[in-house]
Design a protein around this ligand. Structure first.
Ligand SMILES: [Zn+2]
Length: 96
C-alpha cells in the first residue's frame, strides 16, 4: 500500500456500519481491547439519539398506561386529597 503522507492511518472496522474508518473517528473506551469503542462516532451518535427517542416515547407510554390502569385510583386519590384539603381548611377555621 502506498503511503503518501507520513502519518500512518490506522483503520478500524466499525461493528455497526461495517465500514473501515480512521481510528480517530472512534471514541476512546478504557475497558475495551484496543481502548476504542467498537462503533464509529457516527453510529454511536445515531444510536444514542435513537435510544433517547425510544426511551422518551417508551417512558411516555409507560406513564400513559399507568394512568389508564390506575385511572380509578387516581380519581379516588384526587377526591380524597380534595376532601382532605377541605377538611384541613375547615379545621384551621374552626381552630381560630
Ligand atoms: Zn459506523
Amino acid at each position: 500500500m502506498e503511503n503518501t503522507t507520513n502519518r500512518t492511518i490506522v483503520l478500524k472496522k466499525c461493528k455497526k456500519c461495517g465500514k473501515e474508518k480512521d481510528i480517530g473517528l472512534f471514541r476512546n473506551q478504557s475497558n475495551s481491547k484496543d481502548l476504542k469503542f467498537p462503533w464509529c462516532r457516527n453510529c454511536q451518535d445515531k444510536e444514542s439519539k435513537n435510544n433517547y427517542l425510544k426511551n422518551k416515547t417508551h417512558r411516555l407510554e409507560l406513564v400513559k398506561n399507568w394512568q389508564k390502569q390506575n385511572s380509578e385510583k387516581i380519581k379516588i386519590y384526587k377526591k380524597n386529597w380534595a376532601i382532605k384539603q377541605k377538611m384541613t381548611i375547615q379545621k384551621s377555621y374552626e381552630e381560630r
